[in-house]
Design a protein around this ligand. Structure first.
Ligand code: GDP
Ligand code: CA
Length: 322
């Protein structure tokens, strides 16, 4: 990596966990940040196209996020949803009044035939987000979850069923025919650092990597490739990743994360609590750094972001040691 220009960092990210990492990176002045988000959680509700992970990213990086929830807008209301309930609609998907405004805008432009990537870019710009938020594909890709209740859409599993059913299989419908966006491929090829956010590896990062061309582009990229584990002491901070990994036959700990990303990443940050897994992960050919990877506040996020950049730069950023 050269120091002549700002290092170009491309973050692969899902929703809440991804947005926390993105916030830390966005707080650093000395990098050029691009995010490739997940569109496989997208779904239509009440005739509107909702893109939960991209919206979480946009709301977070524009400072509009509901901090307690980690998703949705701050200072929201449910008047629109209440009317839909009165009209007999199924309203288990929480969509706030202000949030509806965004979904109306996105749907209007999609109906006019505009590229989803352009719509996402324009929304982020209008909201004052400095980092580029890219879509991995403009095509429709949707995560499907096989449970005892049958195949569910991701939001049916995640929101309606509150992740209670055991996950027996996952599939990404439409992915074989999906084409990667030129912007995403360029952001991967041109990056100095490709970072894997501590997002759900199976339903946030995997649907990005599985879009034809993306995984190969990441493998071929000259960038450093570093991941932060979403699991700490065998548990998620939030969400179903640990149970999902276990029910799908993966080890539900930082070692399982390392196995999953083997061949893609060179370096993995795990929590100090998982120091005993470091040897096993190193045996996979992945360099390990033990750190405090729980991001409780803005300081934690920026510190972790700075540490990852510093590792990528060989300790040349802000005089930090790698
Ligand atoms: P979603 O799309 O909203 O489900 O969010 P992501 O897939 O981006 O992130 C979910 C993952 O983030 C979960 O597996 C959490 O364990 C992980 N996560 C959330 N907060 C933190 C944190 O502070 N540190 C780490 N290391 N992981 C976190
Ligand atoms: Ca998600």
């Amino acid at each position: 990596m050269t120091l002549a220009n700002k290092p170009r960092v491309t973050l692969l990210a899902g929703g809440v966990g991804g947005a926390k990492m993105a916030e830390g990176l966005a707080a650093l002045e000395d990098i050029d940040l691009t995010i490739i988000g997940n569109v496989a959680d997208d779904e239509e509700f009440h005739g509107l196209w909702v893109s939960p992970d991209i919206d979480t990213m946009t709301y977070t990086l524009s400072g509009r996020i509901n901090r307690q929830q980690g998703w949705g807008l701050a200072d929201e209301g449910t008047r629109a949803l209440d009317i839909l309930t009165t009209l007999g609609e199924d309203t288990w998907m929480m969509l706030g009044d202000k949030d509806f405004g965004l979904h109306i805008y996105r749907t209007m432009r999609r109906t006019k035939g505009h590229r989803p990537s352009d719509i996402a870019r324009d929304i982020a710009r209008a909201f004052g987000v400095k980092a580029a938020i890219l879509l991995p594909t403009d095509d429709r890709v949707q995560t499907r979850v096989k449970t005892q209740k049958g195949w569910l859409s991701f939001q049916e599993y995640f929101v309606r069923e509150k992740c209670a059913p055991q996950v027996d299989a996952l599939e990404f419908s439409g992915i074989a025919e999906a084409r990667p966006t030129g912007e995403a491929l360029a952001a991967i090829a041109d990056a100095d650092l490709i970072m894997f956010a501590p997002s759900n590896p199976l339903v946030s990062i995997e649907p990005i990597l599985t879009i034809p061309g993306i995984r190969d582009a990441v493998k071929a990229a000259s960038a450093k490739k570093i991941a932060v584990s979403p699991l700490i002491a065998g548990k998620v901070v939030k969400g179903p990743a640990d149970r999902m990994m276990a029910s799908l036959g993966l080890r539900a700990d930082a070692c399982g994360v390392a196995h999953h990303y083997q061949g893609l990443i060179e370096h993995l940050l795990i929590d100090h609590q998982d120091a005993d897994l470091a040897r096993e992960i190193a045996a996979l050919g992945i360099t390990v750094t033990c750190s405090d990877i729980l991001m409780k506040d803005a300081q934690d996020k920026a510190r972790l972001a700075r540490q990852v950049i510093s590792i990528a730069m060989g300790g040349k950023l802000n005089g930090e040691a790698a």
